[in-house]
Design a protein around this ligand. Structure first.
Ligand SMILES: Nc1ncnc2c1ncn2[C@@H]1O[C@H](COP(=O)(O)OP(=O)(O)OP(=O)(O)O)[C@@H](O)[C@H]1O
Ligand SMILES: [Zn+2]
Length: 721
């Protein structure tokens, strides 16, 4: 009899032993169905020596029911799952779940029925059928997926099938994707790009672990350059994973990829339709998906033949996941490359200090592209001191910035105003009684959204219609907006430059791939004069007519002052500045600030990146902060404030003494209430060499808490709220 050990997807059950039935072929990594009481559960066969479980006597073992018809999860991925769980103090089952992605895919290939419009257009239609006909142009999917797309009931669609408006087609779940062709449209690289590309190509050909930091100024052609490494992987028949920080950037990427390789890459993201997920996952696990692009969730997919990993805009903080398994996809990507023995390229114009430090230490190979492609110059950066050049009363744009915008408008060029605040105003108050609108679930003000005339919380999604009167004192017409958001800046532009065509670009307006596509097309064909946007427009875009960037409030990111505030501000402003003057026409950047002497601002103005990073590095070294020391946060939360507080105190009270650890707190978190939960935080500062995870496990492992209390560990935290 053979005993097999399963990792199952329930943190409380964790690891269970079963019996392998006679004749069933399983090996480590195989995905199987096993009985649990009256239920059936999915498990992954694991090497028993790597995973401890409660020893169950042989006689009591139940037999596994079935091995699912998918290839076993490869060993490097299993090692990655173990590593991630250990490093981030997360349950292995939660990490492993990220590798599965689609439950339908586990059931094997075969065929399925999808539906599409037949093209018939009867003269008379019910309004619902007419709406469905509109919404489903060019779409194909199951009845359920189409019903969701068209916002009609499945009954309506079944009726349409009966009426011959929709037709069924049988599709093969595993139909192949069109091949990406490495030689489809090879670019002519300039000498610097060529040299970088050759290094990457050689590394892909060598098939060994090799981490690179591709450190190139904005517009230097980093994408073009790492595409050569992608091409080499394709030639070798290996798979490539490209991680992008957010889905809004992918539209641009897809188009460029298609013009280089003749077909779009495979896109993996959380809102794929179930049928697409299934097809994609199966193509990935069978080694057929050549290039997969995605945000964090693509990282744990079971690639069968990985040959290269690219992390683009690698400095982006959105690579850090802040719920569930709190991992940093940039860091885990490097670890995955190591387990897979493949090169990994971290590309950025403003690398994270941690990455620069690793390059400095010789652990990453640094590849520099110091010049913009095609002779374009980096923009000139000027400072607008808001203390001496104040905007008019009630306005936010200084006269000099407005003049420059008028000049661009007259010349048919584009301006981009950057303010990292969605909505119209971050705070609304009653002029009569002073009432402020606060989120009932969070320590946060409600943000006015004038387009949708609502007040919204940006943390929990709570929304109310904008009230006519103050709910506190009942006075009508007395609510005032305090401070600007992008919508308010757009209004101001409308008043100052009435002829300008203005586009507001935030996650509210660019909320689908279609919306992104429309925006990019309009911006490229010159149908937009002024773009007002949040961090969403700071990176990736290449608009040749864009020659002016205005940073509305450079001081905003420095408020709150967590340790990375300076670095983040530098990165954001350098990135958004990088959108200006990318083609023949030179660019100019105006930074509005009240602190022109702050080291970030002066470094930006003088273009002295090295000096800025050097000063930041020293500050981090002094503070024992990453990468010189390590941090971990413990976040204790409950819907009951006193319960959260006493649990946090209990944790604080049992902190073991350790010469390499400094425990701060517990203290109420800056977001003391978030999504209806009261929150307390402890921060641990550890020496680099210290065994932080073991310390945390020994400390927290034995503690028990009431049901309603959640204790989350955040290793290498980015968020301090
Ligand atoms: N060798 C080349 N041949 C033709 N076009 C190129 C080449 N290198 C770069 N370009 C073009 O120059 C522009 C900038 O390149 P790219 O977007 O790759 O730069 P980047 O370094 O990724 O910039 P950013 O960091 O600002 O996003 C793009 O339009 C790109 O197509
Ligand atoms: Zn809220």
């Amino acid at each position: 009899m053979e005993r097999i050990r399963l990792l199952v997807f329930n943190a409380a059950l964790g690891v269970l032993d079963y019996r392998k039935p006679e004749g069933m072929a399983v090996e480590p990594g195989s995905i199987v169905i096993a009985p649990l009481g009256p239920r059936q559960i999915i498990g992954i066969v694991w090497e028993p020596e790597r995973l401890s479980a409660k020893e169950v006597p042989e006689a009591k073992l139940r037999a596994v029911l079935e091995a699912l018809p998918v290839p076993p999860l490869p060993a490097p991925l299993r090692r990655l799952i173990e590593w991630t769980a250990d490093y981030y103090c997360a349950p292995m089952s939660s990490v492993a779940r990220m590798a599965l992605g689609s439950s339908a895919a586990l059931r094997g290939g075969g065929t399925t029925t999808e539906y599409r419009l037949t093209g018939q257009e009867p003269a008379r239609l019910t309004p619902q059928r007419a709406a469905a006909l509109d919404a489903l142009q060019g779409e194909q999917g199951s009845i359920r997926e189409l019903a969701e797309l068209a916002s009609v009931s499945e009954g309506v669609l079944r009726g349409m099938v009966g009426a011959g408006l929709l037709e069924p087609i049988v599709v093969d779940c595993d139909r192949p994707y069109p091949p990406a062709l490495p030689d489809f449209a090879e670019p002519v690289l300039n000498p610097g790009q060529r040299e970088a590309a050759d290094t990457f190509v050689a590394a892909v050909a060598a098939g060994k672990f090799a981490p690179f930091l591709l450190d190139g100024v904005t517009g230097s052609g980093k994408t073009e350059t790492y595409f050569e490494a992608v091409a080499e992987a394709l030639r070798q028949g290996r798979q490539v994973l490209v991680l992008l920080p957010e889905i809004a950037l992918t539209e641009n990427f897809l188009r460029r990829f298609e013009s280089r390789f003749g077909t779009p890459p495979l896109l993996w993201h959380s809102s794929l339709k179930a049928s697409e997920r299934r097809r994609a996952w199966r193509a990935i696990v069978r080694g057929e998906a050549q290039v997969v692009v995605g945000a964090r969730s693509a990282l744990f997919m079971p690639y069968a033949r990985l040959g290269l990993i690219v992390v683009d805009e690698a400095h982006e903080v959105s690579f850090k996941q802040d719920d569930g398994v709190r991992y940093n996809a940039r860091d885990v990507a490097v670890i995955r490359a190591r387990f897979e023995s493949v090169p990994v390229i971290l590309a950025s114009a403003t690398p994270a200090l941690e990455s620069l430090q690793l390059a400095e230490a010789g652990i990453y190979t640094r590849i520099e592209l110091p010049d913009r492609f095609g002779g374009a110059q980096l923009p000139e950066i000027k400072i607008v001191d808001l203390r001496s050049e104040a905007p008019e009363r009630g306005r936010w744009l200084a006269p000099r910035l407005v003049e420059e915008m008028k000049l661009r408008l007259a010349r048919g060029e584009q301006s981009l105003l950057f303010l990292n605040r969605r909505g119209y105003a971050p705070l609304t108050l009653c002029r009569h009684c002073g009432h402020r609108f606060q989120c009932p679930n969070c320590t946060a003000w409600l943000v006015e959204h004038r387009f949708s005339s609502r007040l919204a919380c940006h943390h929990c999604g709570h929304e109310t219609p904008f009230p006519e009167a103050c709910p506190e004192c009942g006075t009508g017409d007395c609510l005032v907006a305090c401070g600007p958001g992008v919508e308010r800046i757009a209004d101001e532009v409308g008043e100052l430059l009435p002829d300008a065509r203005v586009a507001v670009v935030t996650s509210d307006t660019l909320n689908s791939r279609e919306a992104v596509g429309r925006f990019v097309a309009q911006a490229e064909e010159g149908a937009i004069d002024v773009i007002v946007g949040t961090q969403l427009v700071t990176k990736g875009y290449h608009f040749p007519q864009l020659t002016l960037v205005g940073v509305v409030d450079a001081d905003l990111g420095l408020e709150g002052g967590d340790l990375r505030a300076g670095e983040r501000t530098y990165q954001q402003i350098a990135q958004v500045s990088g959108r200006a003057g990318r083609a023949e026409k030179p660019g100019e950047v105006l930074i509005q600030t009240r602190h022109p002497d702050a080291s970030v601002i002066s470094a930006l103005a003088s273009g002295d990146r090295d000096a800025f990073y050097a000063a930041e590095t020293e500050a981090r070294r002094d503070a024992g902060a990453p990468p010189f020391g390590r941090w971990a946060a413990i976040i204790v939360s409950s819907e009951d404030q006193s319960e959260a507080q006493s649990a946090a105190r209990a944790i604080g009270g049992t902190a073991p003494n350790h010469p390499d650890m400094l425990v701060l707190g517990p203290a109420p978190a800056p977001m003391a209430l978030l999504r209806g939960r009261y929150r307390y935080r402890l921060l641990i500062n550890a020496r680099r060499s210290a065994e932080l995870q073991r310390y945390l496990q020994e400390w927290l492992g034995p503690l028990e808490f009431p049901q309603g209390v959640r204790v989350a560990i955040d290793i290498d935290p980015y968020s301090f709220v």
